[in-house]
Design a protein around this ligand. Structure first.
Ligand code: FAD
Length: 374
């Protein structure tokens, strides 16, 4: 049995940021991660502002070693059929970038380990119990059973919010957004525009962006019920025909690894409780249109870690302050999301746009129901 101050369940960006911060604050930490960072992961764009967050975590040099693809801006067909440019040249933080997600997540995990966190990867959670103010987790890793005990737990399991849900905390969804996300391999000689391309269509929107190592991510974002029972690949191909600039970009290239992922806006009713706290997507998940998922995950991992460390040291208000800050930033994000969608008015009668541009449940604090899509 291994004992620690904090057990972090989930070693994605939020979990690793929390673990590194806790370790730097002198707490003993164990991170239990299901994968070995070789699995498929969506979300690769880092906006210029992410630099500040990464610098605060002390990982900018490590990011540069991954040789991310520089992004100088966004080309958007949003609100009009002709594309216009949103240049990062005017952004005080500099350029954005595109990262290889598994390598990015592995880099953050090793930064946590270098700060002193114990990292257990390829771990299957067999049991998790809270007994007399102490968490006990039994996991299987490399064919062995291991037991970890900790005074506090961080739920960093992403959209599944495994711990919070097990504790009966409700996770509210505010829409049914999903992403059909694929990869294309680019010929070595191909001259590809570095910018992210955003293209609105009747049932949703497309984004595509070059990745390191001559690849490009291509995604169609829509509502789960608008795809219906159609096979993912045929729905993807049919909707691609509605997006001339994205079609032009992927012309002649073979799509591979097509996956469907929930991208719904969602949040927990309570991001913390006795002996636990949720960070990243587990606490609140954003529409990829906002481009803040990774930055928020790292930022909330750091904030959550500081709150938990303070709580362990006897500050009885720390977790309540974290919950209040999380709520304020989420309601601000919801307003911005409504404003962003309202800029597109070409398909006023399409369910996808109507749901987002009216002042209905999708933008009210109540949400549309429990997050059964995540
Ligand atoms: C289609 C799509 C596109 C996106 N594009 C962008 C983008 O371009 N830019 C951006 O900033 N954001 C983007 N996002 C959002 C971004 O991916 C997330 O916000 C970010 O990954 C959240 O990080 P996290 O650490 O909270 O959760 P995750 O990245 O989901 O990490 C959770 C971790 O927990 C582990 N885990 C889960 N369950 C268990 C368990 N039971 N035991 C142990 N480990 C477990 C997982 O293996 C994983 O490593 C996108 C999201 C989607 C769906």
């Amino acid at each position: 049995m291994t004992s620690a101050d904090v057990l972090v369940l989930g070693g994605g960006p939020a979990g690793s940021a929390a673990a590194r911060t806790l370790a730097r604050l002198g707490k003993s930490v164990v991170v239990v991660e299901r994968s070995t960072y070789h699995d498929w992961r969506p979300g690769e764009s880092l906006p210029p502002q992410a630099r500040t967050t990464l610098a605060e975590l002390g990982v900018v040099e490590r990011l540069l070693e991954l040789e991310p693809a520089t992004s100088f801006g966004i080309r958007a067909c949003w609100g009009q059929s002709d594309p216009y440019a949103i240049d990062f040249i005017f952004d005080a933080s500099g350029t954005g970038c595109q990262v290889d997600r598994p390598r990015f997540d592995a880099m953050l995990a090793s930064a946590a380990a270098d700060a002193g966190a114990a990292l257990v990867t390829g771990a299957r959670l067999l049991a998790l119990e809270l007994e007399r103010c102490c968490w006990q987790a039994c996991v299987e890793t490399a064919g062995q059973r291991r037991v970890f005990r900790a005074r506090a737990l961080v739920d960093a399991t992403g959209r599944s919010a495994l711990v919070a849900r097990r504790l009966g905390v409700r996770r509210r969804a505010f829409d049914r957004l999903i992403g059909l996300v694929g990869l294309v391999d680019l010929p070595e000689s191909a001259a590809v525009e570095s910018n992210l391309l955003l293209e609105a269509v009747e049932d949703g929107w497309w984004y595509s962006a070059p990745l390191p190592r001559s690849r490009m991510t291509v995604a169609f974002m829509t509502d789960a019920d608008l795809i219906g029972s159609r096979a993912c690949a045929s729905a993807f191909a049919a909707r691609l025909r509605q997006a001339p600039y994205t079609t032009e970009r992927v012309q002649g290239l073979r799509l591979r690894d097509l996956r469907v992922r929930s991208a719904a806006t969602a949040r927990l009713d309570e991001p913390s409780g006795a002996g636990w706290l949720a960070v990243g997507d587990a606490a609140e998940a954003h529409d990829p249109l906002a481009g803040i998922g990774l930055t928020n995950a790292i930022d909330s991992g750091r904030r959550g870690a500081r709150a938990l460390a303070a709580a362990l040291d006897g500050d009885t208000e720390a977790k309540a302050r974290y919950a209040a800050d999380t709520a304020v930033s989420f309601w601000r994000y919801l307003r911005q999301r409504t404003e962003q969608y309202a800029r597109e008015r070409r398909w006023a009668s399409s369910p996808f746009w109507r749901r987002r541009c009216t002042d209905d449940a999708s933008s009210s604090p109540g949400g549309i129901g429990s997050d059964a899509w995540g």
